[in-house]
Ligand binder design. Structure first.
Ligand SMILES: Cc1cc2nc3c(=O)[nH]c(=O)nc-3n(C[C@H](O)[C@H](O)[C@H](O)COP(=O)(O)OP(=O)(O)OC[C@H]3O[C@@H](n4cnc5c(N)ncnc54)[C@H](O)[C@@H]3O)c2cc1C
Length: 347
């Protein structure tokens, strides 16, 4: 029987269908437009995942990458970093890492570590204040627990002539954070406590209006958590525009007359320049505000701003609970993820 010649494989293969090409093009375009948003969203979800925390922290080289953003595990290392920053003309905001604790003992242990930190700042004479998270002090267990822990911290800080800033966490905690802040700041007269405003939240315009009337000590940030579009801007451009709007309100003559002091906390050059232009145009003295950046990010820019005569404060985290903080830093910049992945495979 004559066998029919078999065509070479390439000749028998069907050309990709129009629909396949169209789907690939659409997928490519969507990834190009939204890939970074998905990646950010994934990393922020993983920052709350227990299995991912175990996988990352159990992997030795992860610390090598994380330590770019973290001063070390001990209070001594944090003080040493603050001293190095001070020598370069930079101030520090020290943060004992930890968040979302589920046991009162953990919250109380965190409070004790922060009290120790305040003592060490005072003894060493470094120019630093302290940042705390209410979820680290037990707010998710009971509001009263966080209130009592923060009260103890503010009292110790006051005795040492130091300040404490309450970091802002996910949107579900914003009301409670302001309630606790106001009880201690206005109800009990602690004038050494400040708060944070996240520009991505729609509500921040209203919060800023109120904080201006109260003459608050405010750090303005873009916002680092995964929030739904019902509460926060999804587009970077909208958050950036809101940041500049809020910064201008917090630097206004009325705000300054009420005693507001603003910390502009960003690495975004366009925003830093916009704030500088506004301050120059309105002859705002440099001591009415300060710039804040995170430890390990844009180090040259930090020193350059200080050399220009600005007050610059570096947020310095330390401690063993570095996983969620590290994941938020990865989410902010895909290049950091690439650095992490290459170290992962090199190990
Ligand atoms: C001092 C300080 C305190 C903060 N406190 C809080 C808080 O209490 N609550 C809260 O929700 N958020 C806080 N944040 C985080 C903040 O909300 C942003 O997530 C973070 O600052 C990144 O946004 P960006 O303003 O730098 O602008 P982006 O638009 O994210 O970045 C602008 C540029 O900065 C550089 N950059 C930004 N992030 C990184 C990074 N991780 N690694 C390397 N380069 C980077 C890049 O060049 C990037 O192009 C704080 C930030 C700072 C600086």
């Amino acid at each position: 029987m004559n066998r029919r010649p078999v065509a070479p494989r390439s000749e028998t293969r069907q050309p990709p269908s129009f629909f396949f090409l169209l789907s690939a093009a659409v997928a490519g375009y969507v990834f190009y437009r939204h890939g970074e948003t998905w990646l950010r969203s994934l990393l922020l979800s993983l920052s709350r995942s227990t299995w991912a925390r175990r996988a990352v922290t159990g992997f030795g080289p992860a610390w090598r990458v994380a330590s770019r953003f973290i001063a070390g595990e001990s209070v001594d290392e944090a003080i040493a970093v603050a001293r190095q920053l001070n020598a370069k003309g930079l101030k520090a905001a020290l943060d004992y890492l930890g968040e979302s604790v589920t046991q009162a003992e953990e919250a109380n242990a965190a409070r004790d570590q922060i009290l120790l930190l305040l003592d060490r700042i005072q003894e060493s004479g470094v120019d630093a204040y302290v940042s705390v998270k209410l979820s680290q002090l037990g707010v998710k267990i009971a509001e009263n627990l966080a209130l009592e822990n923060l009260r103890a911290i503010l009292a110790r800080a006051q005795a040492h002539g130091l300040r404490v800033r309450i970091d802002m966490e996910e949107s579900a905690l914003v009301d409670t954070t302001f309630d606790i802040y106001r009880r201690l700041r206005h109800g009990e007269g602690f004038d050494n406590v400040g708060v944070v405003i996240q520009a991505y939240l729609y509500r921040s315009e209203e919060d800023v209006r109120r904080l201006i009337e109260e003459g608050a000590w405010v750090r303005l940030v873009k916002g680092a958590y995964k929030e739904p579009p019902t509460v926060a801007y999804a587009r970077k451009a909208d958050t950036d525009a809101a940041f500049i709007r809020l910064a201008e309100q917090l630097l206004s003559e009325r705000a300054r007359a009420r005693g507001v002091h603003l910390a502009v906390a960003t690495h975004d050059d366009a925003i830093i320049r916009a704030v500088q232009r506004y301050a120059d145009a309105h002859r705002i003295p440099k001591d009415a505000y300060e710039f804040q950046l995170l430890y390990g990010i844009r180090r040259e820019r930090q020193e350059q701003l200080a050399a220009e005569g600005h007050c610059v404060r570096i947020y310095v985290p330390y401690g063993t609970a570095w996983y969620p903080y590290f994941m938020r830093r990865l989410a902010e910049r895909p290049a950091n993820l690439w650095f992490f992945v290459t170290n992962f495979f090199r190990a």
